[in-house]
Write a protein of this length. Structure first.
Length: 296
């Protein structure tokens, strides 16, 4: 009798982190387990893609312990930050990269940081056997890294079935934004836009971590006050469970998606079975058949 297929999955930080990327990774692991795969999780240092030297030493020890010809999936956030470690074991292991988006495309990088990440990720991608991307858009971006399309497989996020949303049925427009509060997610753009329609009846609830980028959170809190939106915008923080009951929180009427760019539209209409109306900028990851609502 043949043994169950097995792989090792390497990622930075805690797999239980409540972001779209980590939830995607968890569902991949769960799905493989349901298909009979044995998946061993290796949690690397959380500071990738800028790992301290101790983190690279830890990664080297993790790689050395993996069996020859073993199948290894490496989350792109870690992969691009340790090309020398990946190159060292490329011949011995069967390496698969899981790329959510090119690291150099992150918002807020200096030109030097952007160049460093692009060079680092290019090296790491050249050393792996196959690459999984979470959207066709990300796959196309990797052509700039010298990755042939034949080495890339696209596995888009799915969604669980859910009842249709019925909205608030009231005069107030209840807006919902689901995204970690970081510069790339564009909350500042959304707040500025909503400040232009203060005379209308609306309330915005933002769901997403308030701890991953304290400087951005402080700036957004100050912006809410300066724009006169106190009481109109609620920063709810992370939710490990579904939204609170309507008695405590307004039922969403419209999903807002203000981000500056996104490789995978984790909360886009294509992945929201509740069928919310939505508003967003024109970005590559959104399906062409979807058209956002113009709110302001």
């Amino acid at each position: 009798m043949s043994a169950d297929p097995a792989l090792d999955f390497l990622l930075p930080g805690d797999l239980q982190t409540l972001t779209g990327g980590y939830i995607y990774d968890r569902r991949i692991v769960q799905g493989l387990g349901a298909l009979g795969w044995r998946v061993t999780i290796h949690s690397l240092h959380p500071r990738y893609p800028w790992p301290p030297s101790a983190a690279l030493d830890e990664a080297r020890a993790t790689f050395r312990a993996l069996p020859d010809r073993g199948l290894v999936v490496i989350d792109g956030l870690a992969l691009g930050g340790m090309p020398e470690v990946v190159e060292e074991h490329a011949r011995r292991l069967r390496l698969v990269a899981l790329v959510h988006h090119p690291l150099a495309a992150e918002t807020g990088l200096t030109p030097k940081q952007r160049h460093t990440l692009e060079h680092s990720e290019r090296r790491a991608l050249a050393a792996v056997d196959r690459i999984i991307v979470t959207s066709a858009w990300t796959g196309r971006q990797l052509a700039d890294y010298g990755v042939p399309a034949g080495r890339v497989a696209t596995v888009c996020p799915g969604t669980d079935p859910a009842p249709l949303a019925h909205g608030s049925h009231g005069l107030e427009l209840n807006l919902l934004c689901v995204a970690t509060l970081t510069p790339r997610k564009g909350h500042a753009v959304l707040f500025e836009a909503l400040a232009g329609i203060r005379e209308r009846s609306w309330h915005l609830t933002c769901v997403g971590s308030l701890k991953r980028d304290p400087a951005t959170v402080a700036d957004l809190r100050g912006r809410v006050e300066r724009l006169g939106l106190t009481g109109r915008v609620t920063l709810l923080g992370e939710l490990s469970e579904p939204m609170p009951s309507p008695a405590n929180t307004p039922v969403p009427t419209c999903l807002c998606w203000p981000l500056t760019w996104r490789a995978t539209a984790w909360s886009s209409p294509k992945r929201c079975p509740e069928a919310f109306p939505w508003s967003a900028p024109r970005l590559a990851p959104f399906p062409k058949r979807c058209r956002p609502t113009q709110l302001c």
